[in-house]
Design a protein around this ligand. Sequence first.
Ligand code: ZN
Length: 388
Amino acid sequence: MAQAVRHDAMRAGNLAVVLGELDRRGPLTRAALAENTGLTKTTVSKLVADLIDAGMAVESGAVRDGERGRPGVAVHLSGHRVAALGLEINVDYLAARVVDLTRTVRLVRTQPVDNRSSSPDEVIGRLRELADGMLGEAAGLGLSVAGAALALPGPVDRSTGTVHSAPNLGWRQVAVADMLDLPLPVVVDNEANLAALGELWFGSGTSLGDFLHVSGEIGIGAGLVVGGELFRGAHGFAGELGHVVVSPDGPECRCGGRGCLERYAGQDALLPPGAEIGDLLVRLSSGDRPAKEACERAGAALGIALTTAVNLLDPDTIVLGGIFAPLFPWVSGPAEEALRARLGHMRAHVPAVVVSRVGADAATLGAAGQVVQRVIADPMSFLPTPQR
Ligand SMILES: [Zn+2]
């Protein structure tokens, strides 16, 4: 019995090593996999067969085999069977993405809806319908969804799937994961954290160095990626950039404080009630002066809050995402100016401010990406029929 357990644990570890290698460096021949992992060719062949059976890997054409230069059959990750569901509840929309194991986006849905006027029950019910529809469509494509992750605009207890407080939704202590009750494992996480991971896995990635990703929505959150990993803080609540104080005597904020960044640069500060970001973009491109000035004020406030963040965290790069991605041409200049004016004396390099490559999709991509990471780290748990 003890031996069987040890064998299973070893097989689980080896499957993860081989799948991880295919993810980072595939396509690879079995010989190259053996060389890179230190496993014997026999073991690698058996593990690869299991991964192919499970639809996680597939053989491709012949490639040159490492140093020896012999042609061999290569193996690479397969996106044909295993997939992940990324979900998002935000203040004025619901969104979902299905991503396969190769991180290719297979299904996309966004539903504009004002979630402030509904109870958590109603909002979560609408999301369940959206998610059920996506799971049905995924099954139609032959995809088996391994798990889901849900992005929420507020601090979340990931161990229980409870959102502590989402001030812009008016939610306190909502047990979202339990209420959602999907027929697969669901992880709940903060929207800004998942958006930063979305940028890491689907956007500019590691080329940014250590970066702070800013998600502009009705609220403003940030996620810090250090050494390719998300920094969460002691309680998982790091990155609440929207509640960094820009002006201590400023207007009251829904968080209970005053003069927070959100009041100057959040979507509600930029748009009149009921207006959409598209309306603002139309006004901006036609040279509308009040629209341009609103963006300049938002950019300057963002620069002031980011100065505090840079002094504390020293990132290489600041990535502007969410609504700040389409508004980048109008907000980035004033933000950079504020940063340079305040940081220029202290440091030789002020961090580069760049536009997100995934924009508004970042949080659902990060959510789905987190499930993909879990499968790659522990493929044995996701094998359809574990042979014991
Ligand atoms: Zn606040």
